[in-house]
Ligand binder design. Structure first.
Ligand code: F6P
Length: 402
């Protein structure tokens, strides 16, 4: 039985990905599991034997890590080829795992990362390699299958609802305003853009919301804007970065593709605003961009706690012998109060799958059903007190930032 464990991060960071890292490290310390290694820059760094021993991380550092945005151990977007295309890569992984006596690999990421996890787990099973593989969910996009929601989503939704609420108040200042178009992350799934309805629930929010799940018809959209503007003399629009026209073309300003062949997003709000300018509207484009996934000063306590618990549960599943699985969250209500439960689901059900916003929530004319609120609101609940230095939050300093 191998003794040590290896944890690594992959894909776009979230405000709470390091909370899961903290969960893994603290649970392993509590259970007295061998040594805990962190792979630097995900599987890409592991292949270069770039590992740190974090077994002795102090309680204070674990606490700080759990409040810190970014991927403290570095991330990557690395597509692991199938075994028959790159047998050497798999052999290298095996050699490194053997050298460090790794009994379980924990990979903290989204659907692409679960694809990597799944391939490694399959290879280990076929080669009788004594190493378990467990995925820990993470993505602001909330698009992982088999789990009620993903750690990272609640904090991003909270930031978006807050920012849009504040933008709505700002844009209401003048008697005659502009059409303000706000771009929200989400390439294939519109959970985050849909979360902007929370701002309406709280007092002021977007008039129109568009998700990648439904084709974006620019003429119908311009009509909707005209109606809102006619009534309010301003219009606030939320668009997901991944909206597509009726032919299936992204509106994003094309910025190349990543190794998973995903189009790199950006500039959708500017593009939409420009289309409106051509139709005679005065506009302003706002891209919320990275703060959506790194605004740790506004993290949701529920989200942070669930990220920690997902990490701890992964270690517990390791001790029970689980492999080829990802930790998932089930929502329950006890006396009307929201609660989360943790369990393991097969990796092949999650790898590369995308969970979309169900069409019953997406109404015509840029409207999102308020029936979605009971799903989103509990995930944004609670605040996490930060430690401040010079008036700004004090974060964990990892050597990858040097
Ligand atoms: O991980 C999800 C995500 O944040 C998407 O919402 C976004 O499209 C993408 O990552 C951005 O990726 P990158 O950081 O590689 O530009």
């Amino acid at each position: 039985m191998r003794k040590n464990i290896l944890y690594a991060q992959s894909g776009g960071p979230t405000a709470v990905i390091n909370a899961s890292a903290g969960g893994v490290i603290s649970e392993a310390q509590k259970l007295g599991i061998g040594r805990v290694f962190a792979g630097i820059n995900g599987i890409e760094g592991i292949l270069n034997e770039n590992l740190r021993d974090v077994t002795q991380l102090s309680q204070e550092d674990v606490r700080l890590l759990q409040h810190t945005p970014g991927a403290a151990f570095g991330s990557c977007r690395y597509k692991l080829a199938e075994f028959d295309k790159a047998p050497d890569v798999y052999r290298k992984i095996s050699e490194i795992f053997q050298k460090y006596d790794i009994g379980c690999f924990f990979y903290n990421g989204g659907n692409d990362s679960m694809d990597t996890c799944c391939k490694i787990a399959r290879y280990f099973a076929e080669t009788n390699t004594p190493c378990q593989v467990i995925g820990i969910p993470k993505t602001i996009d909330n698009d992982l299958a088999e789990t009620d929601h993903c750690p990272g989503f609640g904090s991003a939704a909270k930031y978006i609802a807050t920012a849009i609420h504040e933008i709505a108040l700002d844009t209401a200042s003048y008697p005659k305003g502009k059409v303000t178009v706000v771009e929200i992350m989400g390439r294939d799934a519109g959970w985050l853009a849909a979360s902007s309805i929370v701002a309406n629930h709280c007092g002021a929010g977007p008039d129109l919301i568009y998700l990648p799940e439904k084709p974006f018809d620019i003429d119908a959209f311009a009509e909707d804007v005209k109606k809102v503007y006619g009534k309010k003399h301003r219009c606030l629009v939320a668009v997901a970065e991944g909206i597509k026209d009726e032919q299936g073309n992204y509106l994003t300003v094309y910025q190349g593709k990543d190794t998973f062949n995903h189009v790199q997003m950006g500039g959708t709000a500017y593009r939409v605003a420009k289309l409106l300018e051509e139709r005679g509207f005065k506009t302003r484009a706002v891209e919320l961009n990275l703060p959506q996934r790194c605004a740790a000063h506004l993290m949701s306590r529920t989200d942070r706690n669930e990220a920690i618990k997902s990490g701890k549960e992964a270690v517990r599943q390791f001790t029970k012998g689980a492999t080829n699985c990802m930790i998932a969250i089930k929502r329950t209500y006890v006396n009307g109060k929201y609660r989360a439960k943790y369990f393991a689901v097969p990796l092949e059900n999650v790898a590369n799958a995308v969970k979309h916003v169900p069409s019953r929530y997406i109404l015509p004319h840029g409207q999102i059903s308020s029936d979605l609120l009971p799903y989103i609101l509990p995930l944004m609940e609670g605040t996490v007190p930060q430690r401040y230095s010079n008036g700004i939050p004090h974060y964990f300093k990892s050597d990858i930032t040097d």
